[in-house]
Structures are given as structure tokens and as C-alpha cells.
Design a protein around this ligand. Structure first.
Ligand SMILES: NC(=O)c1ccc[n+]([C@@H]2O[C@H](COP(=O)([O-])OP(=O)(O)OC[C@H]3O[C@@H](n4cnc5c(N)ncnc54)[C@H](O)[C@@H]3O)[C@@H](O)[C@H]2O)c1
Length: 250
């Protein structure tokens, strides 16, 4: 295949039943990885698997809630079994909770604080903890964390809790990258700008304000993850990469 060949690797992509996650799963499968497609909603995971198989790739649905550590452990083991390997590529993409806790922080009741932090921070920790032993044994691993501009920049758009979860997991990933670097495991974060799927009023105006002139597509995210997951990217670790059409440069 040439560069960025993932043949022989097993990837787990969380929240991969639609949009960015589905784009990631399709891209990794196209590069030759066998893909465990996670989603909270089983029918969504099955749909992404069907797309991958139709395109000639290999995938199995692994529906579970990333915030449930027991389910994560059991399903990571089942995915490895079903795909005849070890999960050596993990993409933590699930990050939109049922209740985003939108609004100015001053107006949000404490019982709503945990949801956005739980999925983004503890959900990612659960998955990383479940896959690290196998990666260490293999002497090769890739962890790609999907984050957001909201994890890097303060914004007065009512997403402080989501931002807290995203910033928290970015810091966590930086530490994991240092702890696991000698074991052949890289860990990086991709901070996405606004995606096409976000929709809503005023979205065209927002798209015009992006230097590249458009919103993000699942394929944009898939291509970046395929690179970060490749063997060629072994010298890239501990970084947060902005993927946002030039919306922020730093
Ligand atoms: N959409 C955007 O504009 C945007 C911008 C920046 C960053 N992001 C990030 O990109 C990632 C994907 O975003 P998206 O808009 O494609 O999401 P989405 O909501 O369209 O899809 C995510 C999928 O995750 C699943 N899911 C939800 N909770 C889950 C859980 N606890 N366990 C397992 N699966 C679960 C959902 O069923 C859904 O199918 C997220 O981490 C998000 O924070 C999105």
C-alpha cells in the first residue's frame, strides 16, 4: 500500500456510529486496520460496520458506554477476540454527552456538572486503561484523543463544562505520552474546529469566517487520525494538533 499502511493492526474507535467517528473508522479500515466500531447505540455501530464491509474492509460492532469501566474491559477483550489481534490503535472520539450542560456556568446546577466531564475524561481513561497492557505487550500502540477548540480556548458560548472535560483529557493524554513513549506507544490529541454536522442557525456565516472557507468533514478527521495512527508517525507524541481549517493558529 505504501505509506500509512495499517494492515495487521486492530483499532477501536469510540462513538463511531456517525459523523466524525464514522469517518475515522472508515479511514482506518481503508488503510487496512480491522476496526472495532463502538457506539452507545448498537444500530449506529452496525451501520458503520456495514459501510466498512461494503467497501471491502473488516469491522465488528462493539456497542458499550465508555463511562462504564466493566463494559469497556469486557468489550475490548471481545473485540480483540473477534478481530484476531490486540487493540493497538485506540481513538477516543465519544465526547458529546446526552446533556452538554449548555449555558453560562453561573446558571448550571451542580448535578449537571459531571456529564460532560464523565464522558470526555473518565470515558477516555477507561478505554486507555483497558488497552495499554496489550499495547505494551505488543511494543506498539497509538492513542488518538478527539478534542475540541473549546478545550484550548475560553469561549463565551456556554460550554464551560465540555471545555473542562476536553482540557482535562488533553492534559491526561500528555502525561500518558510521556509514561508510554519508551514502550513504542504514542498518544496525541486532535482538537477539532466546528464540523459540518453541527448545523444550526447561522452556520453558513460561521463557515465563511473559517480561513479555509468551510466546516470540517468526517473525511478530514479520518485522514488526520490515519496519519497519527501510522507507524510513520512514531516521532509525533504528546501533542495537541488543531484541525480546524485555520480557525486558530498557534
Ligand atoms: N461536531 C462538532 O462540531 C465538533 C467540534 C469539535 C469537536 N468535536 C468532537 O468530535 C467528537 C465527535 O463529535 P460528533 O459531532 O461527530 O459527535 P456525534 O454526537 O455526532 O456522534 C458521537 C456518537 O457517540 C455516541 N455516544 C454518545 N455517548 C456515548 C458513550 N457514553 N459511549 C459510547 N458512545 C457514545 C453517540 O451515540 C453518537 O453516535 C466528539 O469528541 C466531539 O466532542 C465535535
Amino acid at each position: 500500500m505504501g505509506m500509512f499502511d495499517l494492515t495487521g493492526h486492530v483499532a477501536l474507535v469510540t462513538g463511531a456510529g456517525q459523523n466524525a467517528g464514522a469517518g475515522i473508522a472508515r479511514a482506518l479500515a481503508r488503510q487496512g486496520a480491522a476496526v472495532a466500531v463502538n457506539d452507545l447505540r448498537p444500530e449506529r455501530a452496525e451501520e458503520t460496520c456495514a459501510e466498512i464491509e461494503k467497501a471491502g474492509g473488516r469491522a465488528v460492532p462493539v456497542p458499550f458506554d465508555v463511562t462504564d469501566i466493566d463494559a469497556v474491559r469486557a468489550e475490548v477483550a471481545r473485540a480483540a477476540d473477534a478481530l484476531d489481534g490486540t487493540v493497538d490503535i485506540l481513538v477516543n472520539n465519544a465526547g458529546i454527552p446526552a446533556d452538554m450542560g449548555y449555558g453560562p456556568f453561573r446558571d448550571i446546577a451542580p448535578e449537571r456538572w459531571r456529564g460532560p466531564v464523565e464522558i470526555n475524561l473518565f470515558g477516555a481513561m477507561n478505554c486507555v486503561h483497558a488497552v495499554l497492557p496489550g499495547m505494551r505487550e505488543a511494543g506498539w500502540g497509538r492513542v488518538v484523543q478527539i478534542s475540541s477548540g473549546a478545550g484550548r480556548t475560553g469561549l463565551a458560548i456556554g460550554v464551560s463544562l465540555y471545555g473542562a472535560g476536553k482540557s482535562g483529557v488533553e492534559g491526561f493524554i500528555r502525561h500518558v505520552s510521556q509514561e508510554e513513549a519508551k514502550a513504542g506507544i504514542t498518544a496525541n490529541t486532535l482538537a477539532l474546529g466546528l464540523m459540518q454536522s453541527a448545523g444550526g442557525p447561522g452556520i453558513d456565516r460561521i463557515a465563511e469566517g473559517i480561513p479555509v472557507g468551510r466546516l470540517g468533514r468526517p473525511e478530514d478527521v479520518g485522514a488526520a487520525v490515519a496519519f497519527l495512527a501510522s507507524s510513520e508517525a512514531s516521532w509525533l507524541t504528546g501533542q495537541t494538533v488543531d484541525l480546524n481549517g485555520g480557525s486558530h493558529t498557534r
